[in-house]
Design a protein around this ligand. Sequence first.
Ligand SMILES: NC(=O)c1ccc[n+]([C@@H]2O[C@H](COP(=O)([O-])OP(=O)(O)OC[C@H]3O[C@@H](n4cnc5c(N)ncnc54)[C@H](OP(=O)(O)O)[C@@H]3O)[C@@H](O)[C@H]2O)c1
Length: 288
Amino acid sequence: MSEVSLIGMGAMGSAFARALLRGGAGVTVWNRTRAKADLFAGAGAFVAPSVAAAVGASPVVVVCISDYVATRERLDTEEVRAVLAGKILVQLTTGSPQDARELEAWAGAQGADYLDGAVMATPNQIGRRDAPIFLSGSETAFRQSERVLDLIAGKLMFMGSRVGAASAWDLAVLSYIFGAMLGCFHGVRVCEQEDLRIDLFNNMIGDIGPVIGEMVMGEAQAIQEGAYGAPESALKTCAASSEVMLRHARESGINSEFPAFLAGLLRKGVATGLGEERLATIIKVLRQ
Ligand SMILES: NC(=O)c1ccc[n+]([C@@H]2O[C@H](COP(=O)([O-])OP(=O)(O)OC[C@H]3O[C@@H](n4cnc5c(N)ncnc54)[C@H](OP(=O)(O)O)[C@@H]3O)[C@@H](O)[C@H]2O)c1
């Protein structure tokens, strides 16, 4: 028996394997394309010949493959069901809260305890204290697997027993990250079009990061408190800036999808009569 079995040796599963082996854990690995799993044999991992053998080899089974459909395809077989009872199944594949609820119900029907998780890190960041892994579901399973999962995660965060919580957190944070990224990429196009240096833009993003962070938190706090009055920067002012962004994109012929989306949303807020309130008031449009 090993302490933990890993199903999936893609970029992320391989990072988990490296972290676990560094931490001295007994590890079993399985991957659909066996060559990727074989890379870890020399480092002391047991390479299982099948998913059922991997599941049978450890009390804790961590899955990290492309999606939940592939997960069910691999786990929902007679051989795997026969060895799953009594195991702790930890799903670290990216999915939705509904995916988590469905897999929890299925795992429960097989007699397994279930944890759903989401990785807020790239493979290179695995093990860093500022790159958390969110987990939710069975608290007993969390306590029993905490020692081994702690070797994978620099920062393990149990988000409660509602199993969809981890992926909901993941989606909320990803929304923020991708929203910021998209804005950054449009900014790069503006720089390219206007002959500005992208490295300087990049440095600028780093420099203003903390101030922007404060601004975003201030808007989120306004939503939390339902306090949209006395704006320093009213929605109508932000909407006007977004129209300039859109006009610039059209005038210069660069892609205008990002400013068009932004301006469209803010315009809707102004048309609804929210123009004198702070930017966070746009949440009322999103809630409609
Ligand atoms: N990479 C990141 O930065 C990152 C960050 C956070 C979360 N994640 C999540 O981690 C999960 C894995 O991502 P990754 O970066 O490791 O992807 P990846 O490098 O593309 O690896 C995908 C893995 O899924 C396996 N797979 C795909 N379809 C399968 C199937 N039908 N049956 C069995 N195995 C199958 C692949 O096996 P083969 O090797 O045989 O193709 C491989 O092990 C995803 O849900 C991703 O969203 C990734």
